[in-house]
Design a binder for this molecule. Sequence first.
Ligand code: SAH
Length: 369
Amino acid sequence: MTDLLSLPLPELARWVVQDLGEPKYRAKQLYTWLHKKQVTTLEEMTDLPLALRQKLAETAFIPPVRTRLRLESKLDGTRKFLLEMADGNCVEAVWMEYHHGPSLCVSTQVGCRMGCRFCASTLGGLVRDLTAGEMLGEVYEVQRQMGRPVSSLVLMGIGEPLDNLQNVLDFLTILCSPEGQGLGYRHISLSTCGLVPGIRALMEKKLGVTLSVSLHAPDDAARDAIMPVNRKYPIGELMEACRDYFAATGRRISYEYALIDGVNDSPAQAAALARLLRGQTCHVNLIPVNPVAERDTRRSTRAAVERFARRLGELGVNATIRRELGSDIAAACGQLRRRAAAVEPCTARRAAAVGPCTAADAALPGAGR
Ligand code: SAH
């Protein structure tokens, strides 16, 4: 069976002509239904002849992405969606309201194998990659739920996008195609823990997406201790790839730095970070690390966060302390999970959950873990 949602237009056209024996223009019609009108069933494709729809039903499918749970932050209107794939696996996506319009944070894998010590998404390891169609399904399903389109997208949910590069590239190609939703590449940020070959592969595509790099430490010893990926791609190699990415694309790199009490938040480490980034056109996002029940990382004190930011500023580094969204629904960075049981910390606020999802909670795969 062919997954219709995952095929970029040229590949869909090839399939329609070669495998279905239909004229090429049918591919464009089909693609418009799938990616512009974003329908979820073949029955809705009313300008396709019934015989063709029947042929499609026998040979292809549209991967379903369903909302299992929807939580709304009482603090800032952020919404977290637990989305279920056809095989019962779940991922999370987060809708955030900004003055420049809504932004969606999407997942790229079910689980993650990068093993960052402070992150919830990696706790159960990697289950599988998401397909391009499933990532599109995340966007389309949340837009349906919200009744309006996103104006920007961040690949910062569960998973490491550069560990699933081809599917992520297909996802972006389709989402940004004029025959589809037509989102601009410039409104997309891709976050990576630092897979250097992936950064270089992305650079060669020259898409113009913003690269976010999860740095979190200014030297190899400190980074090795919290991010296993650093043993494979140490900071020197990572910085070289980032400088090359900027040179090739003209896009300023955004560095993520989660401040962990006593681990990476000293004034000396701020100075080391400034030395490391000297000469780069970049921006540093400081995030007081978010609590994750299974992790013993403590967030830096407010005073330490401000001192760190001030020190970077004095040393000429462009840095801001990130505003936290959705902290009452565990929707913040590093808190997303593939198991619904883990929405536990916000049980008291379950009232925000919608319809059947609330009742179904206890029955979700992995619930009550
Ligand atoms: N795998 C990608 C994208 C997903 S994580 C990456 O590593 O960049 C999105 C961001 O949240 C990353 O910067 C990640 O390091 C950060 N993060 C993970 N756990 C966190 C936590 N507990 N508190 C704050 N940020 C966290």
